[in-house]
Design a protein around this ligand. Structure first.
Ligand code: ARG
Length: 260
């Protein structure tokens, strides 16, 4: 299975592209991120329902609420900074944010740049196509135009060479927001979008005429990311364990994802 092959490669190799793009996005960060302030600054990209998205002036979603609960456990106030997805790791590395929470997949490449918390959720990359299209398998999309969100695992996976199970750089169109890729698909400018399963479901539910390909997908682990050697990781892992244990985490998830 193409997808399978590709994804196993992604999880080991990963991220030259997003590394090249590092620092290209803009961050509105003004807060100070430090271990001893009473504020925890979270870097995110709020274009990823149901994990983080805008609801009016507010940033809501599983990551936003989970992070607020973690901050609460640590006796701190949470401040959320919205930025481009590929700016999150640089923001954390540079100390502009205390951690990143963005439905971020743990990859070996990213592990060389940041430390990750324990994983709190699993996701998978799925393929969205137009409802009326003949595309039924990942192989059907060879040589077609594929949309992805810049710097995501979907981008890394899809832009790899066909020999490695990808679709080849020349067939990939990168968007700053996942939804922009979906809009382009709706307009018939591209043939498919590769993105994480829950955002895919949210986008398909919000827009007529789209479907998710029914095929096997490899799981990815989501975790929070921190500056290397941050002493926060251990504290946050304790908070994650406690919030999973006492049902808080499940309650937050249930609020945003209805059971299938
Ligand atoms: N899980 C994917 C990755 O880590 C996509 C995450 C995108 N998140 C976001 N908030 N836009 O690359």
């Amino acid at each position: 299975m193409k997808m399978k092959k590709l994804l196993s490669v992604v999880l080991v190799a990963a991220c030259t592209l997003s590394m090249a793009a590092c620092g290209s996005g803009e961050s509105k960060n003004t807060g100070s991120a430090s271990d001893d302030s009473d504020t925890l600054v979270m870097a995110t990209n709020a274009e990823f329902p149901p994990y983080e998205y805008h609801d009016g002036d507010e940033i809501v979603g599983i990551d936003a609420e989970f992070a607020a609960a973690i901050a609460d456990k640590l006796g701190k106030e949470l401040k959320i900074e919205d930025m481009a997805f590929d700016s999150i790791i640089p923001a954390v590395q540079g100390g502009k944010a205390d951690f990143g929470a963005a439905g971020m997949t743990v990859t070996d490449e990213r592990k060389t740049q940041v430390d990750f918390s324990d994983s709190y959720y699993t996701g998978r990359q799925v393929i969205i196509v137009a409802e009326g299209s003949d595309f039924a398998t990942p192989e059907d999309l060879e040589g077609k135009k594929i949309g992805v969100q810049l710097g995501t695992t979907g981008d890394i996976y899809a832009s790899d060479t066909p020999e490695n199970g990808g679709y080849g750089e020349e067939n990939i169109e990168r968007f700053n927001k996942g939804f922009e890729a979906v809009q382009s698909l709706l307009q018939g400018k591209i043939d498919a979008v590769i993105i994480d399963d829950q955002p895919a479901k949210a986008f398909v539910a919000e827009n007529d005429g789209l479907k998710i390909l029914d095929t096997e997908y490899i799981e990815e682990e989501y975790a929070l990311c921190f500056k290397k050697d941050s002493k926060l990781v251990a504290e946050v892992n304790d908070a994650i364990a406690a919030l999973k244990e006492d049902g808080t985490f499940d309650k937050i998830v249930a609020k945003y994802i209805t059971a299938e």
